[in-house]
Design a protein around this ligand. Structure first.
Ligand code: NIG
Ligand code: FE
Length: 425
């Protein structure tokens, strides 16, 4: 952080200058993901400015700018990064919501052919155009809440062509929408009905056909598996993720959501970039993640909507210094929430994360969970200018004003996309 001091002539010119910032959260991250973040980790500059992004400082900037944004004495922070979503799907599942509220169980509904399989049916029927149109609207929605990058999983196709159809849509969304889309192959979301009695054959299809095709076509960066009792067990998960690794797809795992079957212990052998959900995780799992350099991605939205009483072992995660990210898990079954500010509030209310842990979890640590830390997640010289101005005077207001949309302006890649002069208004 450099101020005006020592600079005699403000000759440098930048494209866009954000000034009049009451509280600027830079959240520097040069040392790796942050464990046990506190107020100091937020890199707060009071009364700051950002010259996109050549200079970050305090007071009045000397640099000249072609255009400027007046932050009007509000807070400014990095755009939110949603590191776990199932954004692309057709249909909706409000009936199941009513059933669960009435006492039915998610895994039971799933076994009866509802749940993921019902979204698979409607997604298989949908055309690329239909999926694109619906998902494009969802991206508008997440952007309006301040999310500038999101991960998107396949997993509602479960045939080679339908999985590729989803990933094709993800690619087109990333190309055409201002929000950056990071694609993940989740062909191992469930065993499709037509393979119910031939699970081994489906795993062969995943490892011998789908993964190679996804990799050759450069359709995804990550490979994910739903490692759960009655879905894919530990050994099957390892086989699928190893095949992914062999084809250059980094591992992510849906794990310990309902039953702990030891999936987190795979973090080391499959070099998991992240393990997600973690409601039932124990010390052994945390240690494995810690030594593998894995990010723990917590998903309080699905925790709430599944009405699960158990919570992730936050205290133990803190004690072992495990870096935590938070994400929406946005999907039509277990988490119809797409707002990152809402997820920040829920992580504080349900899990007892501090506002600092939650904000770091939705920015810098989320960037690590997507291996995007070199480009985004903080407001630092040389990083991509994905920046949000929120109508607050203090960052602690973000979790506090529950579900209130207070986005004043969003700058994406140095361009104003939401707010005065924005192209999406
Ligand atoms: O992360 N647990 C598996 N997958 C999703 C739910 C998907 C769905 O219900 O459609 C999750 O919660
Ligand atoms: Fe998920």
């Amino acid at each position: 952080v450099s101020g005006r001091k020592g600079r005699k002539h403000g000759k440098e010119v930048c494209d866009l200058l954000i000034m009049n910032i009451r509280q600027l959260l830079t959240i520097p991250s040069t040392e790796g993901p942050l464990s046990n973040p506190d107020r100091k980790s937020l890199g707060i500059v009071e009364n700051g400015f950002v010259g996109i992004i050549k200079e970050v400082g305090e007071g009045k900037p000397l640099m000249r700018a072609r255009r400027s944004v007046d932050a009007k004495n509000n807070i400014v922070l990095p755009g939110f990064i949603d590191a776990h979503t199932h954004m692309i799907f057709a249909g909706s599942r409000e009936r199941e919501f009513s059933m669960r509220v009435g006492g039915r169980d998610y895994l039971e509904i799933m076994k009866e052919g509802g749940g993921i399989q019902s979204t698979v049916q409607s997604t298989r029927k949908a055309s690329r155009e239909e999926l694109f149109t619906e998902s494009y609207r969802r991206l508008n929605d997440i952007l309006s809440w301040g999310t500038t990058t999101c991960e998107v999983k396949s997993g509602y196709g479960l045939t080679t062509s339908d999985e590729i159809k989803m990933l094709d849509v993800a690619r087109k969304l990333g190309n055409e929408h201002p929000v950056d889309v990071i694609p993940t192959f989740l062909g191992a979301h469930d065993v499709p009905v037509e393979y119910r009695n031939e699970k081994e054959d489906y795993i062969d299809l995943l490892t011998n056909e789908m993964i190679p095709r996804v990799s050759e076509g450069n359709y995804a960066r990550f490979c994910d598996v739903f490692c759960e009792e009655g879905v894919f067990n530990k050994e099957e998960t390892e086989r699928i993720l190893s095949a992914g690794n062999a084809h250059g797809l980094k591992a992510k795992i849906h794990v310990d959501e309902f039953v702990n079957i030891g999936g987190c212990e795979l973090a080391e052998s499959v070099h998991a970039v992240s393990c997600d959900h973690l409601l039932k995780t124990d010390e052994k799992g945390i240690e494995s993640m810690k030594s593998a350099g894995t990010i723990a991605v917590l998903l309080p939205g699905s925790n709430l909507f599944l009405m699960e009483e158990e919570k992730p072992p936050i205290q133990m995660m803190r004690k072992k210094g495990l870096p935590i990210a938070i994400a929406s898990d946005f999907n039509p079954g277990s988490s119809p929430i797409l707002s990152m500010p809402v997820i920040i509030s829920l992580s504080c209310l349900l899990y007892g994360l501090t506002p600092e842990e939650a904000i770091v979890g939705a920015t810098v640590n989320a960037a690590y969970a997507l291996e995007e830390e070199g480009r985004i997640g903080s407001i630092e010289k040389g990083k991509k200018a994905d920046i949000v101005v929120m109508r607050y005077s203090n960052y602690e207001e973000i979790p506090y004003w529950f579900a209130q949309k207070r986005v004043e302006c969003i700058i994406k890649g140095g361009e104003i996309v939401v707010g005065k002069g924005g192209r999406l208004n």
